[in-house]
Design a protein around this ligand. Structure first.
Ligand SMILES: NC(=O)c1ccc[n+]([C@@H]2O[C@H](COP(=O)([O-])OP(=O)(O)OC[C@H]3O[C@@H](n4cnc5c(N)ncnc54)[C@H](OP(=O)(O)O)[C@@H]3O)[C@@H](O)[C@H]2O)c1
Length: 329
């Protein structure tokens, strides 16, 4: 594994990190989850990304991860970077979502209890809240660090402008912004507009989530919708997102990957990492086999100008950024 420095901080992250959004709820066998996490750690993936609401049901991924930490990774806590987030709908009533101090700190305490941890390495504001002063949301992150519940703070799906504001506010508070977590892939390029420049200038790291466009940037949907796929499940990736136009682009990208001697998934990950301002690609995996294929991507993250130009013809924004409400605010 190769490790990249996260912005201008002291923290390094693996080029490939593993997220537990899907495949780690109570609907999946714990032994399958255990196998993926153990293999990831053995491959040098030191960073695991969670959120309060990952499941199903909400909280289940943190519970399962906490169990695997206790049963399989005891004694390795200092080798791990564990993140969690709060921002989306988590519990009933007015204090169970968005960006108030009340919600964020209560949620972090619940996350720590579910995972059996004293602290997380990174605590994120999961989405921008247009109705709460940014100072309040970021003040809660600052409190998380100063009270010992988190080592670093991050924001997710904030626009370039909101990120600049957040950097300034957090700097004044004495808790620098470590990292931004945006969606980014060959089919979803919004961060190239201005966010990456802001992050590079301010020395903030970036961890690109859904770099495989939830599986669309693999060969899995080239011949229809497999029954065991995320699209068949239809919660966040729906079958109507798998259009013939998008698949035509994916098919041509697959050919370019073949010419590079990579699978499409490997090229898609390498492509997000071609710019050093992207610290890590944050993948999901439903099997050990997928994980192993994806980690092999880190062998070749260099592209020639000709390859990049060829990719650009099909790496077109496909309107699949379902987190746009936050990044447009
Ligand atoms: N901050 C946010 O708002 C936010 C939002 C979304 C995600 N995230 C983070 O990003 C992480 C990754 O998101 P993601 O799961 O959407 O990422 P992704 O890597 O784009 O998609 C992962 C899915 O792609 C398929 N896949 C992966 N490798 C494959 C391979 N080699 N061959 C064929 N199919 C493959 C699997 O789908 P199947 O299940 O169909 O096999 C897998 O579950 C999340 O777990 C979470 O930590 C954050």
């Amino acid at each position: 594994m190769t490790y990249r420095r996260c912005g201008r901080s002291g923290l390094k992250l693996p080029l490939v990190s593993l997220g537990l959004w899907h495949n780690f709820g109570h609907d999946r066998e714990i032994d399958g989850q255990r196998a993926i996490i153990r293999r990831a750690f053995d491959l040098g993936i030191t960073h695991f990304d969670l959120a309060n609401n990952y499941g199903p049901p909400n909280g289940a991924a943190e519970e399962n991860f906490g169990r695997i930490l206790r049963e399989d990774l005891a004694g390795h806590r200092d080798e791990l970077v564990i993140s969690t987030k709060a921002g989306y709908d988590m519990w009933e009533g007015p204090y169970g979502e968005w960006g108030s101090r009340k919600y964020l700190l209560a949620s972090l305490d619940q996350s720590l209890a579910r995972m059996g941890l004293d602290y997380v390495d990174i605590f994120y504001s999961h989405r921008f809240d247009p109705d709460t002063p940014l100072e309040e949301t970021l003040g809660a992150l600052d409190t998380a660090v100063k009270s010992g519940r988190a080592l670093y703070v991050g924001i997710s799906s904030y626009s370039g402008q909101r990120t600049e504001e957040a950097v300034a506010i957090l700097r004044r508070m004495g808790t620098p912004l470590l990292i931004h977590q945006p969606s980014y892939s060959m089919l979803n390029r919004w961060i190239e507009e201005d966010l990456l420049d802001v992050l590079g200038r301010e020395g903030v790291g970036a961890i690109a989530f859904s770099p495989l466009a939830q599986g669309m940037l693999t060969t899995k949907y080239l011949d229809g919708i497999p029954a065991d796929s995320r699209a068949a499940e239809g919660r966040f990736l729906t079958t109507d997102m798998i259009t013939p136009e998008r698949i035509a682009h994916v098919r041509r990208l697959n050919e370019i990957a073949g010419e590079r001697g990579q699978s499409l998934a490997q090229m898609a990950l390498a492509w997000t990492l071609r710019d050093e301002r992207v610290t890590s690609a944050l993948i999901g995996a439903s099997s050990v086999k997928q994980l192993e294929e994806n980690v092999a991507a880190i062998g070749d993250v260099e592209f020639t100008a000709e390859e990049l130009a060829a990719i650009d013809r099909d790496a077109v924004d496909a309107g699949i950024n379902i987190w746009q409400q936050s990044s447009d605010a």
